[in-house]
Design a protein. Structure first.
Length: 120
């Protein structure tokens, strides 16, 4: 399975294109989701994981957003062992729902001889 793609696009009140799901969002909800996306570039892995959780549980399922989440998670999974373990568990969970978000980064998931056994 791949990420569900929205099929209907409507023109929002602010003149931007929104999916049908986004058209039913409260303005504050939409503002929260759009304002949190730049935080995916944070160097703090807790912030990135928080934004990914926010978009997974409260956001609109779109391929563009899921690809941005995948890129950010792959970027921070190279941190120390403890963070790597948590991030890889999150990636595994999200990859079940949306594998296409992680396919461009498949080479990053090859097991290396130096990897600890609990992250293999």
């Amino acid at each position: 399975e791949d990420c569900p793609q929205p099929t209907l696009t409507v023109l929002g009140s602010n003149g931007t294109n929104n999916t049908d799901e986004e058209a039913h969002l409260d303005e504050d909800h939409r503002l929260l989701l759009s304002s949190s996306l730049p935080l995916l570039k944070s160097r703090n892995s807790g912030v990135v994981l928080g934004v990914c959780s926010l978009h997974y549980y409260c956001g609109v399922s779109s391929v563009r957003v899921r690809a941005a989440l995948g890129k950010a998670l792959v970027r921070i999974h190279r941190d120390n062992r403890e963070i790597q373990f948590v991030v890889l568990k999150t990636i595994r969970f999200l990859a079940i729902q949306c594998p296409s978000a992680f396919t461009p980064y498949i080479n990053d998931f090859f097991v290396k001889a130096m990897d600890p056994s609990f992250t293999r």
